[in-house]
Write a protein that binds this ligand. Structure first.
Ligand code: SF4
Length: 171
């Protein structure tokens, strides 16, 4: 079961990664705002959140309860980019969506924690709609035997675990 879940997490992460550039061009994601956060208030998450209707699961690194609100936190290794990567934004948005559906409270924002900086990402209706659109596309592509590459980044291909068998790799 854990293996299946691990594969599913990986697939979701990869698909979100693949789709993110395209969605950014279409919707213009918010870049996030730099915030100070007190990590002492962060509570670890025991088990993955799961929405059977969307067949979506995910486990934020932390949940922060503050003033009756729940804010998911995703921790990324490495220094912060100028603005959070789109794939990170969508991953965080999926946690916001899961928190709302599982816990009945809509997070106003989520936090991406890099080594040297934190970004708050507002969980707006537009971001939610964009995420749901991606999930719909993912479900459609699940049934396809051929899915076109959605990016033009050789760097992604260099770090991709599928590059040996992918006939669309860019390097
Ligand atoms: S190697 Fe293929 S699957 Fe991997 S990122 Fe490149 S195009 Fe996508």
């Amino acid at each position: 079961m854990m293996t299946i879940l691990a594969v599913f997490f990986l697939l979701v992460a990869l698909l979100l990664f693949w789709q993110s550039d395209k969605k950014r061009r279409q919707t213009g994601l918010p870049g996030g705002r730099v915030v100070y956060t007190d990590t002492r208030s962060w509570g670890p998450v025991d088990r993955p959140l799961y929405d059977p209707k969307l067949r979506l699961t995910g486990k934020p690194d932390y949940l922060v309860e503050r003033g009756g609100q729940i804010v998911p936190v995703e921790v990324k290794s490495g220094k912060a980019p100028k603005a959070p990567y789109d794939s990170h934004i969508y991953q965080l948005a999926s946690y916001c969506l899961l928190v709302e559906r599982m816990m009945g409270k809509r997070p106003p924002y989520g936090i991406i924690h890099y080594e040297n900086r934190d970004f708050a990402i507002d969980y707006t209706p537009a971001l939610e709609a964009s995420l749901l659109e991606i999930l719909t596309e993912m479900r459609r592509d699940e049934r396809s035997t051929n899915v076109d590459c959605s990016h033009r980044s050789p760097a992604r291909c260099r770090g991709c675990g599928y590059r040996e068998i992918c006939d669309q790799r860019l390097t």
